[in-house]
Design a protein around this ligand. Structure first.
Ligand code: COA
Length: 500
C-alpha cells in the first residue's frame, strides 16, 4: 500500500512519527501549510505541535495557509497559544475568538495576493512548508490531496518541506491537479489559460527530494463543515438570481450556457448555486475556488460539464460516497493553485460570473463581507475581492435581514468596507434583484431599497435617504453623517435596528 504512495526510494528513511516531525519547528518560525476551506490541510503534525504548546512551550508560530483549515490546525494551535500570527483566511471558532481578542495577529488578505507575496518575499523567509499529499513520486514530486491553495509556492520557497501522506484521501486524486507557477515581474508572461478545462502545468508539485526532511503517515479525514439545508429564503434568492441570468441571456448580454461561474463560500452561496440544478441552463462550467456540494450536484445532474477550483470541499455526510465514487468526477474536475484559480488576469479573460455573499451592504452598493458591526471578524475577504473586482458580472447575495429581523442587511452606510460600489454590479436578496450597472448613487439607493430591502425596513431606509438629500441636496452621494452609522449603534445599544 505504502509503495504506491511513497515512490521515492531515497525518502523511505524520512518516515517518522508526527511528534518527531514537530521537532523541526522552532520559536517564531514562519510556516506555510496546505489547506483550503477545510480540505487538504495537514492534521497530525499540527496536533503534535499543539501538544508542545499544551506543555507550556512558547512557539509563537506564524501560519500562512491557502484559506480556512480544520480544527486540528487553526483550532488546536489557537487554543494552545502556538499560533501567534495568521494569514490570510480562517473560519474556526477558536481562532476567530483569539483574533478578535487580539491574542492572534490576523491580516485578512485577498487570496490571490498571498502566493505572490510569498514569492516577492513580503512575508520574509518561509522556514517550513507543511503539506498534505496523497503520494510522493519517484522524483520527489508531491501529489496534493483535496486542495492545492498555496502548497506549490510554499514548497518552492521554504527551507524545509514536511509532507503528511494521508491514506484516508483516495490515491485516485492523482491526476486532477494542474500546477503552474508564474514568474515574478519583470519576467512574468501571460498565463496560457483560455478555457476552464485547459491544463497548463504538471499534475504534481515539483520538489527536490533533498528538501523533504520528514514524512508523516496520517489517516485523519478532512473535517469539512456541514452545509445548512436549503431553506425557502435561499430558494427565493436562487430564483431571483436565475431569473436575472435568464433575462441577461434573452437580451443578448450572456451566451445561452452563460459564462464560467464562481460561487462564494457559506450556506447562502451553496444554496444559490444549488438552485441552478432546477434551472433551464445547460452545458455550464465552473471556474471558482471551492468545489462544494452544490457544484457536485450540478456535475451529477449534467448541468455543469466541467469545474475548475483549488479545493474539493465535500460536506461530512457525503464525503465517504465522494471518496468511493471519485472516478466519476475525475475527467470533469481540475484543481489549480490559488495563484491561478483566483488570478485577476484569468478571471478577466474567462469572463467569470462572480456570485459572492455579503454580511451587509449599503444603499449605495458598498459591501461588508467580513466584520460584524464593523469590528468583529467573521472569516475574511477570501477570494471574493479577486473575483468581484475582475468579473464579467459581479453579483452579491444576502438575506435582507439577520438575527430574526433585528438587523437589516441593507443599511445606510456599511460599518466596514470590503467591496466598494465600483465592484458590485448586481444585488440579490430574497426580496428581489437590484441591477446597479450604470446607475448614479441616488438611483442606486432607490433601486436597492425598492427591490432588495425587507418590507420592515423599507420606510426607514427611505426616510434616511430623504434626510440625507435634505442635508446634502447638492452632493453627489448624499449622507446624513449624524445618522449614517446610527442603525448599528441602535442595534448595539437596544438589540434592534428598528426605530421603535
Ligand atoms: N449583521 C450582523 N450579522 C449578520 C448579518 C448582518 N447584516 N448578516 C448575517 N449575519 C450573521 C448571521 O446571523 C450568522 O451568524 P451566526 O454565525 O451567529 O449564526 C453569520 O453572520 C453568517 O451568516 P449566514 O447567513 O449563515 O451566512 P453564510 O454562511 O452564507 O456566510 C459570509 C456569509 C459573508 C460570512 C461568508 O460568505 C463569507 O465569509 N464571505 C467572505 C469570503 C468569501 O466570500 N469567500 C468566497 C470567495 S470564493
Amino acid at each position: 500500500m505504502l509503495e504506491k504512495r511513497l515512490r521515492c526510494a531515497k525518502l523511505k528513511d524520512k518516515i517518522m512519527e508526527a511528534k518527531e516531525a514537530a521537532k523541526f519547528f522552532e520559536k517564531d518560525m514562519v510556516v506555510g501549510t496546505s489547506g483550503f476551506t477545510p480540505a487538504g490541510y495537514p492534521k497530525s503534525v499540527p496536533l503534535a505541535l499543539a501538544e508542545r504548546g499544551e506543555k507550556g512551550e512558547d512557539l509563537g508560530l506564524t501560519i500562512i495557509t491557502g484559506a480556512s483549515v480544520g480544527d486540528e490546525l487553526d483550532g488546536a494551535l489557537s487554543r494552545t497559544g502556538v499560533l501567534k500570527r495568521r494569514y490570510p483566511y480562517q473560519t474556526n471558532k477558536d481562532s476567530r475568538n483569539k483574533i478578535n481578542d487580539g491574542s492572534v495577529q490576523y491580516s485578512d488578505m485577498h487570496l490571490s495576493h498571498v502566493p505572490q507575496w510569498v514569492k516577492y518575499g513580503f512575508f520574509g523567509n518561509i522556514d517550513i512548508a507543511l503539506v498534505e499529499a496523497v503520494a510522493i513520486r519517484e522524483d520527489g514530486g508531491i501529489v496534493p490531496s483535496t486542495s492545492i491553495g498555496n502548497s506549490n509556492v510554499f514548497v518552492e520557497k521554504a527551507d524545509k518541506v514536511i509532507v503528511e501522506i494521508n491514506t484516508s484521501q483516495p490515491l485516485a486524486l492523482e491526476g486532477i491537479h494542474d500546477i503552474y507557477s508564474p514568474e515574478n515581474p519583470p519576467n512574468r508572461r501571460p498565463i496560457p489559460l483560455t478555457r476552464t478545462n485547459e491544463r497548463i502545468g504538471t499534475d504534481y508539485i515539483p520538489c527536490d527530494p533533498d528538501k523533504i526532511v520528514a514524512i508523516v503517515i496520517s489517516d485523519i479525514k478532512d473535517k469539512t463543515r456541514p452545509v445548512a439545508s436549503i431553506d425557502d429564503v435561499s430558494k427565493q434568492m436562487a430564483k431571483h438570481l436565475i431569473g436575472f441570468l435568464e433575462k441577461e441571456v434573452k437580451e443578448g448580454r450572456l451566451p445561452e450556457n452563460l459564462l464560467p461561474l464562481q460561487s462564494g463560500v457559506g450556506s447562502v452561496a451553496n444554496a444559490v448555486l444549488g438552485g441552478l440544478v432546477d434551472s433551464k441552463f445547460e452545458d455550464l462550467t465552473i471556474y471558482s475556488e471551492v468545489i462544494q456540494d452544490s457544484a457536485l450536484d450540478l456535475l451529477d445532474s449534467g448541468k455543469v460539464t466541467f469545474a475548475s477550483g483549488t479545493s474539493l470541499t465535500v460536506s461530512p455526510d457525503r464525503l465517504d460516497d465522494f471518496y468511493d465514487n471519485f472516478h466519476k468526477y475525475k475527467e470533469k474536475v481540475v484543481l489549480r493553485p490559488q495563484e491561478i484559480s483566483n488570478n485577476p488576469e484569468v478571471i478577466r479573460r474567462l469572463g467569470i460570473i462572480a456570485m459572492n455573499t455579503a454580511i451587509e451592504l449599503d444603499i449605495y452598493g458598498n459591501v461588508n463581507s467580513t466584520n460584524i458591526m464593523g469590528s468583529k471578524m467573521m472569516n475574511g475577504i477570501g477570494g471574493s475581492g479577486d473575483f468581484a473586482r475582475n468579473a464579467y458580472l459581479s453579483i452579491f447575495t444576502t438575506q435582507s435581514i439577520a438575527k430574526n429581523g433585528d438587523i437589516s442587511s441593507i443599511v445606510p452606510m456599511v460599518s466596514h468596507h470590503d467591496h466598494t460600489e465600483h465592484d458590485v454590479h448586481v444585488i440579490v436578496t430574497e426580496q428581489g434583484v437590484a441591477d446597479l450597472r450604470g446607475l448614479s448613487p441616488k438611483e442606486r439607493a432607490k433601486t436597492i431599497i425598492e427591490n432588495c430591502a425587507h418590507p420592515d425596513y423599507k420606510e426607514q431606509l427611505m426616510e434616511y435617504l430623504s434626510s440625507s438629500l435634505e442635508k446634502s441636496a447638492s452632493k453627489h452621494l448624499p449622507h446624513a453623517m449624524d445618522k449614517s452609522l446610527s442603525w448599528h449603534k441602535r442595534f448595539l445599544e437596544q438589540g434592534t435596528m428598528k426605530i421603535k
